[in-house]
Design a protein around this ligand. Structure first.
Ligand code: CMP
Length: 143
C-alpha cells in the first residue's frame, strides 16, 4: 500500500471544483486518509517547493499558492503515487490529455488546479511537511 500527497490549489478551491476532483480520486478506488483546508504559510511553501526556489517562476508560484485556501490531502492505495499522477495529467493544463484532471479542468501552468507527489521520496517528504503521523487515519478498507 502506498500513500501520496495531493493538494487542490487556490484556483481549484475558488472555482468550486474541489468536489469534482475528489470524486475522480474516489471513483478510481483511492482512499483519503488525511485532509486539511488551510492557507499555506510562507514557511511551508518554501519547504514544499524547495526544489523550485531558485527558478524564475518561483515568485509567481509562491504568490499563487498562498493566494487563498488550499485543500491538502493524503491518498492511499496500491501504486497510489503513479496512479494519481496519471489522473492529474501534465503540468501544463493546455497540454494535459483530455480525461485527466488538468486536461479537463485547467487552462494554464500558472493555475494548474492540483499538485500530486511525483515519487515515493517526494511523497514521504511532502506528507511530512503537511501532516503529523497522528493526522493520518487508518480505517477498515471496503475492498
Ligand atoms: P506542481 O505540480 O505543483 O509542481 C511545481 C509547480 O510549479 C507546478 O505544479 C506549477 O504550478 C509551477 N510551475 C512549474 N513550471 C512553471 C512555469 N514554467 N511557470 C509557472 N509555474 C510553473
Amino acid at each position: 500500500m502506498e500513500r501520496t500527497f495531493v493538494m487542490i490549489k487556490p484556483d481549484g478551491v475558488q472555482r468550486g471544483i474541489v468536489g469534482a476532483v475528489i470524486s475522480r480520486l474516489e471513483a478510481k478506488g483511492l482512499k483519503m486518509v488525511a485532509a486539511q483546508f488551510t492557507v499555506l504559510s510562507e514557511e511551508k511553501v518554501m519547504e514544499h517547493y524547495a526544489e523550485h526556489v531558485e527558478k524564475p517562476f518561483f515568485p509567481s508560484l509562491k504568490a499563487y499558492v498562498m493566494s487563498g485556501p488550499v485543500l491538502t490531502m493524503v491518498w492511499e492505495g496500491k501504486d497510489a503515487i503513479a496512479i494519481v499522477r496519471r489522473l492529474v495529467g501534465a503540468t501544463n493544463p493546455a497540454e494535459a490529455a483530455p480525461g485527466t484532471i488538468r486536461g479537463d479542468m485547467g487552462m494554464e501552468t500558472g493555475k494548474n488546479v492540483i499538485h500530486a507527489s511525483d515519487a515515493p521520496e517526494s511523497a514521504a517528504r511532502e506528507i511530512g511537511i503537511h501532516f503529523t503521523k497522528d493526522e493520518l487515519v487508518a480505517y477498515t478498507r471496503i475492498d
